[in-house]
Design a protein around this ligand. Structure first.
Ligand code: SAM
Length: 473
């Protein structure tokens, strides 16, 4: 693995940099694999972070590797739900990934949890914007740590990347979320709306060289400069939408100071902010750095931490921001009758409002109704709350999102599938099961809903979303 000389030279004097160790860790071929479990779905695990099924592993070597990796887990020290795996299983062939039981996430970036816990009162109802969100790693983490009275707006500018973001958000199962597809400039008019602004900026990606050799080929000094300018533009565009005393969290997976400390200096120069110092335990081996203007940043070196290269910093906004007065032109509420039909499918409609997007009924948190309706008016909203389904013949044609959400009612018919059957279900292959019930049923693996099927007596209709089906054999 030939690392770019110009990168090595440019980071030579950075705190914590050790050229030999840096080159060794890249040459070693070691892969660190980590997952973050979904606390919102923990009850389905009976309170235990154990995935996989030992019994099914017996007698099948491939399955043994696949499942046993989850049994030997070691916690990511700065995360409450992150675990290292002893080897990389075939995640695609694990139904629990598709059920949203966990997310495969690089360990260093899970430090966002610490940055939030130390700078934000997370038990308050907060409006949080994740501005550069696809594929959804930080957004699903945010959903795990904000209160259920909070709302996450998860935004991705690139249209083709919104689909994967939406998929991961749906699988995570929480309804206090809106997915948008806007350029950061669209947020500048939302004066002082957000309590927290997370900018996990597009960057030159040197922190991921160990995982992605392609990123080395694409690395150049010019690109670092371009990224640095883009990062400033994104920050400038979004700045207005943060409240006074709101918290900005900025992160990259680049080692270049142009994208890290120099951006912190730029923020200190352009805006009135307080840089927030975060507490890091000695044994975490994370380097606290200070930019020229004195802002705190946190560097993760892959030979010091068990994770990839990462940089993160937190600021508090110390300038007044005009408070936006929300004016809604039209509301998109479901009719009483539609709401009553939809309510039959969820565990409780308390605190939920039923809205209509096209033919689809969605449940959104009532306390965020105005805000969500306003966002629908001002932004390109691609998803809101939990999509429940469409009304046909006085009943609900349920959406996949409802099946994997945390609001689905308990007493739906469930059909527990074996691993083999689950994979067939997720591939949209035919499955043969014997069940006397006729009608909608939830396909379930190890207690986790995978999606809908319709039992028709002699056959089964598989309602797993076609675009999400597993193609791997
Ligand atoms: N936060 C994501 C996660 O944890 O899964 C990863 C985000 S990735 C580092 C940066 C994202 O910024 C990408 O999804 C990329 O499409 C998006 N992006 C690219 N150019 C952008 C721009 N000009 N403004 C805002 N976002 C941009």
């Amino acid at each position: 693995m030939q690392l770019p000389d110009l990168l090595l030279q440019s980071i030579e004097h950075t705190k914590g940099f050790d050229k030999t160790a840096f080159e060794e860790v890249h040459a070693s071929g070691e892969q660190v694999v980590s997952v973050r479990m979904n606390p919102l779905k923990l009850p389905m695990l009976n309170g235990e972070w154990v995935l996989g099924n030992r019994q099914e592993a017996i007698g099948n070597k491939q399955e043994e590797i696949h499942h046993s990796s989850f049994i030997t887990h070691q916690p990511v020290p700065w995360s409450s739900s992150g675990y290292y795996l002893s080897q990389r299983p075939s995640f695609t062939l694990d139904p629990l990934l598709h059920a949203g039981a966990y997310y495969v996430q690089e360990a260093s970036s899970m430090f966002l949890e610490q940055a939030l816990k130390q700078s934000v009162e997370l038990d308050q109802p907060l409006l949080v914007l994740d501005l550069c969100a696809a594929p959804g790693g930080k957004s699903t983490l945010l959903q795990s740590v904000i209160s259920k009275e909070s709302l996450l707006v998860s935004n991705e500018v690139i249209q083709t990347r919104v689909n994967i973001l939406k998929e991961n958000i749906i699988k995570w199962g929480a309804g206090n979320v809106v997915v948008t597809n806007n350029d950061p400039t669209a947020f500048s008019k939302l004066h002082g709306l957000f309590d927290v602004l997370v900018i996990d900026a597009p960057c030159s990606g040197s922190g991921l060289f160990r995982r992605d050799a392609e990123a080395i080929k694409e690395w150049s000094e010019d690109n670092v400069q371009l990224c640095s300018q883009r990062q400033q533009r994104i920050l400038a565009d979004a700045w207005n939408c943060l409240k006074e005393d709101g918290v900005l969290i900025y992160s990259t997976c680049s080692y270049s100071s142009e994208e890290d400390e120099e951006i912190l200096d730029w923020v200190m120069k352009e805006f009135k902010v307080e840089s927030l110092e975060l507490k890091v335990e000695n044994e975490w081996n994370i380097d606290e750095v200070q930019s020229t203007a004195g802002a705190y940043g946190y560097r993760f070196w892959p030979y010091k931490v068990k994770g990839e290269g990462f940089f993160i910093a937190a600021f508090k906004k110390k300038e007044s921001a005009d408070q936006l007065r929300i004016k809604i032109k039209t509301t998109q509420l479901a009719s009483k009758q539609e709401a009553a039909i939809a309510a039959n499918w969820i565990s409780s409609s308390e605190g939920l409002t039923f809205i209509k997007q096209g033919q689809n009924i969605a449940a959104i948190p009532t306390q965020w109704n105005e805000t969500i309706q306003y966002l629908m008016q001002e932004l390109k909203v691609r998803y809101a709350g939990v999509e429940l389904g469409t009304i046909a013949k006085n009943d609900l044609l349920p959406e996949h999102a409802l099946a994997v959400s945390t609001i689905l009612k308990e007493d739906v018919v469930k059909v527990e599938l074996t691993l083999e059957q689950s994979l067939d279900y997720l591939r949209k292959n035919e499955i043969n099961i014997e069940n006397p019930h006729k009608g909608w049923a939830l396909a379930v693996y190890n207690n986790f809903p995978l999606g809908w099927m319709k039992l028709l007596g002699n056959r089964i209709n598989n309602y797993y979303p076609k675009e999400w089906r597993i193609l791997m054999r």
